[in-house]
Design a protein around this ligand. Structure first.
Ligand SMILES: C[S@@+](CC[C@H](N)C(=O)[O-])C[C@H]1O[C@@H](n2cnc3c(N)ncnc32)[C@H](O)[C@@H]1O
Length: 253
């Protein structure tokens, strides 16, 4: 069975009937205009960026943000797998999945009995994700939903692990998105986040404030994401800061 049909029972009852299958993903937002918080998100919804995203865009911008000695893309995938402690049969939600570059990797880890759901607001990113997942012959365990991270449309306790890489700083309401990510996790479920972090020096912080405001990208304080996870009941929280980015993981108590 195609994994997209295995997603329907996980959808909240009030949206289940609204979900339309469009280009291989379940669309919960429809044609209505959705407001983007800035020009970086506009690029994510363009037709051009998804075409070059995995090969050029993400590795290049990631390198700038993580610093010269920060982890490369293969290492990022390894960090995600470690923080999520995936095993065969797990259910995983990939929030802000883009073209499904991490979603497909998780799909390989959870095997045919597992299910990985990628969610994103961008139609162009999701169209690309569906094609790449079919080409990788992972459509039996990898599926996509178009929806907003702040309103994750799933029943509570639906997933064993939630990943949100390179996306939290783009959300209009990241703390609400963390609330929803927590709600859809099972007790003992794992979370892995890769996002921005502010520098320490005053000149750098001033530059960051201006650049952040212009781009629509948020820069989190150094302890902000860790504290947010603590407040939501996560334990064993780990944080690794590299350049202007951070990896944060934890387990829901
Ligand atoms: C930079 S990409 C990250 C893709 C992938 N996770 C990675 O690490 O390469 C960020 C994605 O977040 C999505 N996004 C932004 N705001 C969102 C929201 N409110 N809800 C869901 N996805 C959102 C964008 O459309 C984009 O595809």
């Amino acid at each position: 069975m195609d994994a997209v049909e295995r997603v329907r029972p996980l959808l909240a009852r009030d949206v289940r009937d609204e979900a339309q299958l469009v280009d291989g993903y379940l669309d919960l937002l429809g044609p209505e205009e959705h407001s983007s918080p800035g020009f970086v998100q506009n690029l994510m919804e363009s037709t051009f960026v998804p075409l070059v995203y995995e090969r050029w865009w993400r590795p290049a911008l990631g390198r700038v943000a993580k610093g010269l000695f920060g982890p490369g893309m293969a290492e990022e995938r390894r960090i995600a797998r470690l923080l999520l402690a995936l095993s065969p049969g797990d259910g995983v939600l990939d929030v802000g999945c883009g073209t499904g570059n991490f979603t497909r990797d998780f799909a390989r880890s959870v095997g045919a009995d597992g299910l990985v759901v990628g969610i994103d607001v961008s139609e162009t990113m999701l169209t690309r994700a569906v094609v790449a997942t079919r080409a990788a012959q992972l459509s039996d365990r990898g599926a996509y939903v178009r929806g907003d991270a702040a309103e994750l449309p799933f029943l509570d306790s639906s997933f064993d692990a939630v990943c949100c890489f390179a996306a939290l700083h783009l959300f209009a309401n990241p703390m609400r998105a963390l609330d929803r990510m927590t709600a859809v996790l099972t007790p003992g479920g794992r979370i892995a986040i890769f996002t921005s972090v502010r520098g320490r020096s005053m000149p750098l912080r001033t530059f960051e404030s201006v650049a952040g405001a212009r781009s629509g990208m948020r820069l989190f304080e150094r302890d902000e994401v860790v504290k947010a996870l603590e407040e939501r009941g996560f334990e064993d929280i780990q944080q690794r800061i590299t350049g202007l980015t951070q990896f944060v993981g934890g387990r829901l108590g």
